[in-house]
Ligand binder design. Structure first.
Ligand SMILES: Cc1cc2nc3c(=O)[nH]c(=O)nc-3n(C[C@H](O)[C@H](O)[C@H](O)COP(=O)(O)OP(=O)(O)OC[C@H]3O[C@@H](n4cnc5c(N)ncnc54)[C@H](O)[C@@H]3O)c2cc1C
Ligand code: FES
Length: 339
């Protein structure tokens, strides 16, 4: 058993052999931002002050040479090798309100339906206690005994008494886990999931207009966040979901968003098609049309989810329209082939 000491508080958490620092902190009820748990996004970067660790295989773009020289490491892949590791951890930034993730929770698949030619909606129910999570978080799903690696999938619904989770899984060509979900998994199958993870969560005190940008299954966390924000009642500022799809047939659950639009006066749903032109839809990629639809983003909170390229391009476009860094929240669906 090893120790992780947090500076400046001096608080310690224990760490099992082979456990990552991120996972040990989470087990100890402490949190650091993380988005991929695979050394690909850089979100879990932390300065290591003393002690040794094995960084594992990570992408250079997630931790630059300069970061390494300054003593930073990626905690999602870091494993402690000395008796103690001291890390910079501002305890006042800890968010104990997040629920500690658990591994190997047993769920049953209760429904699998194709909602677009490439995206399946998966409903699952917990056979134990309902999982507690915040809208916008994700779980990991896979089947280790069949050699299917666990991959991250965002929860699209909001916490509920039935313990139901809804996921939207895109079939990726040659993708191990997504193909398993699409081709093998069926209603009535038991699955093991880990979670909840992630910090792409709404700010309950936010009092700004909100604009959510999503493409493909990036709509999943946005659905959860938008539903929770609108249902919580007190929120009256304008909230908009702008969704990008190639064709009309790739729109995910447009009926749900039309319903939300009818029910909540402050909510607007906009869809843009990138590969066909049709009445009733915008046309073109979000980064290109954002200025026309939302010319001033200086007082708007943004939530952006989808492929890393989509998130990056949208963020750049939003910043040019005045969006403030501290009001931009991102969830890039990074590829985790490195795990
Ligand atoms: C925080 C987070 C949340 C996520 N939420 C969702 C979600 O709600 N729904 C969802 O469908 N996915 C989501 N993803 C992506 C998901 O975790 C997997 O990366 C994806 O399903 C591909 O895994 P795979 O095992 O099928 O493909 P792999 O076997 O890992 O990859 C197979 C091949 O496809 C390429 N590839 C991998 N991913 C993609 C991609 N997205 N687009 C194009 N090519 C790719 C790889 O480079 C490789 O060549 C999320 C990722 C993260 C980090
Ligand atoms: S690099 Fe660690 S969470 Fe993405």
């Amino acid at each position: 058993m090893k120790k992780i000491r947090l500076s400046p508080s001096g608080k310690t958490v224990t760490c099992d052999d082979g456990q990552t620092v991120l996972s040990a902190l989470e087990k100890g009820g402490l949190f650091i931002p993380n988005n991929c748990r695979a050394g690909a996004c850089g979100e879990c970067k932390i300065k290591v002050l003393k002690g040794q660790y094995d960084q594992g295989f990570i992408l250079d773009m997630a931790l630059s040479q300069q970061d390494r020289e300054q003593g930073y490491g990626l905690m999602c892949m870091a494993k402690v090798t000395s008796d103690e590791l001291e890390i910079e951890y501002a305890t006042e930034d800890a968010k104990p309100k997040l629920f500690p993730p658990e591994e190997n929770r047993t769920f049953m698949v209760t429904e699998k339906v194709m909602v677009t030619p490439k995206i399946a909606r998966l409903k699952m129910r917990s056979l134990g206690k309902p999982m507690r999570f915040w809208p916008g978080q994700y779980i990991t799903l896979g089947n280790t005994s069949e050699g299917v690696p666990h991959k991250s999938y965002s929860i699209a619904n909001i916490p509920n008494q039935d313990g139901e989770l809804v996921l939207y899984v895109t079939k990726v060509e040659n993708g191990k886990t997504s193909q398993w979900v699409h081709d093998s998994l069926k209603s009535g199958d038991m699955v093991r999931i880990n979670g909840p993870y992630g910090t792409f969560i709404g700010d309950p005190q936010a009092d700004t207009p909100v604009l959510c940008l999503a493409s493909g299954s990036g709509l999943a966390p946005i659905m959860s966040l938008a539903s929770a924000a609108l249902m919580r009642g007190g929120y009256r500022k304008p909230a908009t979901v702008l969704f990008s799809a190639s064709h009309e047939s790739d729109l995910i659950e447009p009926g749900y968003f039309k319903y939300m639009e009818a029910k909540y006066r402050n909510f607007t749903y906009q869809a843009t098609l990138t590969k066909e032109k049709k009445d009733g839809y915008e046309s073109g990629r979000i980064p290109t049309i954002l200025g026309k639809l939302h010319p001033d983003l200086s007082k708007t909170s943004l939530y952006i989810a989808g492929s890393p390229e989509f998130v990056k391009d949208c963020k750049e476009a939003a910043v040019k329209l005045g969006a403030k860094e501290e009001l931009i929240h991102e969830e890039g669906f990074f590829n985790q082939t490195t795990v």
